[in-house]
Design a protein around this ligand. Structure first.
Ligand SMILES: Cc1cc2nc3c(=O)[nH]c(=O)nc-3n(C[C@H](O)[C@H](O)[C@H](O)COP(=O)(O)OP(=O)(O)OC[C@H]3O[C@@H](n4cnc5c(N)ncnc54)[C@H](O)[C@@H]3O)c2cc1C
Length: 489
């Protein structure tokens, strides 16, 4: 092995994800500093018939990032800058493109973009993930006309088999192929199937080292959160006014207490809209924001949930009441960020995609409510958190659970180490999958393992994805146990 590879790697390293439920001890763990390091790692692996995998921030609860041979942490690749002409074709030069290193976190990217007067179109509820990690599992936020990560990216650069540098874009990609060919050592592929297979591929096409986002000029968002009983919300869902609100506002989400208190379930609706200018006013409830960042407080909540489980319903109710926001305006990334950092170690969830349809929301929510009551009365197991609902626009990524249709996501978070946490997530998976819900690739999704028929039934383009993977990775260097368990090998 090259001295350089020894210098940037270690053996006997135990890697675990943020919530500690996925652990592996790879043969070698690398910290590449640039693409040349990644090329050497891939070449070394292929000389020894080993597999290669990258990890981002380890924020997936599923086994998607696990790798037993060569594993690399991308955190030292963390820069971003404008991707501009002459690389960009004429005709798209009035749009904004930013090239980001694979290991940059969303948090750092947001702040760098802000300094450039730019911003992402959307993000998930937190910003701890790396951009490539978020891309590879299809991380989404909310907004029925807003893209998830794979649909904000216009170009991906990977180190592929043989250590080859490849830049992948759609057929009508943003890069000028003639200029590129005469000025770059990187092979440019402009092909729809290859691009839309690669943007959500769990690292299965190669190691992403850079990607280009289409961004927009910086913007402010105004947020309002209000409380509404489920009985009233259900009427709005039945008569179409809730869905109209989802269509009419930029970002809409809701959280609901699965337990009935005073005869009803309480919901908190979050409505956010882009503002033309940046006047700053109000703020989120200070106490809830402050408490959300205190790990000891969450630890106590977990202890309480275990010691006094019967208080769970009231605790969720209180948290929803605290979350009320009359008027809050701030920079986009501050408003879209929804959680305190303390959820990092303790929040763990399964999340399911359905075609956006409020009749389905009612059916699914009422099933969950019935399940929580049954668990509480029958075995004293409690769902320790609210349930949430978010929306996203149709995706072009072949393995996106939002492929080709406006989609809603129902998230059932539990608190890691509360009694019955994983058993609850198991039961939600069974219930939701029977109702047609597609589990999130990055969240607890163990019921998908070896359930090849489910994947085939719910991902119409799965075979194209497999074909592209086989074409890009003939030596199976970027294959993983996760991809095999999903029946995508
Ligand atoms: C508190 C919390 C909140 C969350 N909120 C949301 C949310 O709002 N919406 C949502 O959709 N999801 C959410 N998630 C899930 C999370 O966004 C995804 O699981 C995401 O993939 C994690 O990114 P990561 O950087 O930690 O990547 P990891 O989990 O480390 O890796 C994810 C995948 O990317 C691959 N990968 C990483 N880097 C590279 C690279 N450079 N090249 C090739 N492959 C690579 C890995 O091999 C793995 O397959 C949340 C997770 C947590 C812990």
């Amino acid at each position: 092995m090259l001295q350089r590879l020894s210098d940037i790697s270690r053996t006997r390293h135990t890697w675990h994800n943020a919530t500690n439920n996925v652990i592996c001890e790879p043969l070698r763990f690398f910290y590449p500093q640039n693409k040349e390091d990644i090329i050497e790692i891939v070449n070394e692996a292929e000389r020894n018939n080993l597999r290669v995998r990258a990890v981002g921030s380890g924020h997936s609860f599923s086994e998607v990032a696990k790798g037993n041979d060569f594993l690399m942490d991308m955190k030292l690749l963390r820069d971003a800058g404008i991707y501009e002409s002459p690389w960009v074709k004429t005709g798209v030069q009035n749009r904004h493109f930013v090239m980001a290193d694979a290991g940059i976190t969303i948090r750092r990217l947001n702040r760098l973009l802000d300094k450039m007067g730019l911003a992402l179109e959307n993000m998930g509820a937190v910003d701890f993930q790396t951009v490539s990690g978020a891309l590879m599992t299809g991380t989404h936020g909310t907004g029925i006309k807003r893209p998830a990560f794979p649909d904000m990216v216009r170009s991906v650069r990977i180190v592929g088999t043989g250590g080859k540098l490849i830049q992948i874009e759609p057929a009508d990609g943003i890069t000028d192929p003639v200029f590129h060919q005469s000025n770059s050592q990187i092979e440019l592929i402009q092909n729809d199937e290859i691009f839309y297979a690669t943007v959500l591929s769990f690292g299965g096409m190669g190691i992403v080292y850079q990607l280009v986002f289409e961004v927009r000029t910086s913007y402010y968002i105004k947020e309002r959160r209000y409380l509404i009983p489920w009985s009233k919300l259900k009427v709005e869902m039945h008569n179409g006014s809730f869905m109209q609100m989802v269509q009419d506002n930029d970002f809409v989400a809701l959280r609901i207490n699965p337990y009935v208190i005073k005869g009803d379930n309480l919901a908190s609706v979050v409505v956010q809209n882009v503002l033309p200018d940046g006047s700053h006013s109000g703020g989120r409830n200070f106490l809830s924001g402050f408490m959300g960042n205190l790990e000891p407080l969450i630890e106590n909540t977990v202890k309480l949930a275990n010691r006094k489980p019967k208080n769970t319903a009231r605790r969720i109710q209180l948290a929803l009441k605290f979350s009320k926001v009359i008027k809050y305006t701030d920079k986009n990334f501050k408003v879209l960020y929804q959680f305190g950092s303390a959820v990092l170690r303790y929040g763990i969830s399964s999340e399911f995609a359905f075609e956006a349809d409020t009749n389905k929301v009612i059916e699914v929510f009422e099933k969950i409510f019935a399940n929580t009551v049954h668990n509480a009365t029958y075995s004293d197991v409690y769902q320790p958190s609210h349930i949430s609902l978010r929306f996203v626009m149709p995706s072009k990524a072949l393995l996106s659970s939002a492929f080709g249709r406006p989609t809603m996501y129902i998230d059932v978070p539990t608190l890691n180490t509360t009694i019955g946490d994983f058993e609850l997530l198991d039961s939600y998976q069974t219930i939701m999958m029977n109702m047609g819900g597609i589990p999130h690739w990055g969240k607890v999704n163990s019921k998908l393992y070896l359930n090849t028929q489910f994947i085939k039934d719910h991902y119409p383009k799965w075979q194209t994805w497999v074909d592209v993977r086989n074409q890009l990775d003939p030596k199976r260097t970027f294959m993983s146990d996760f991809i095999q368990k999903m029946g995508l090998s």
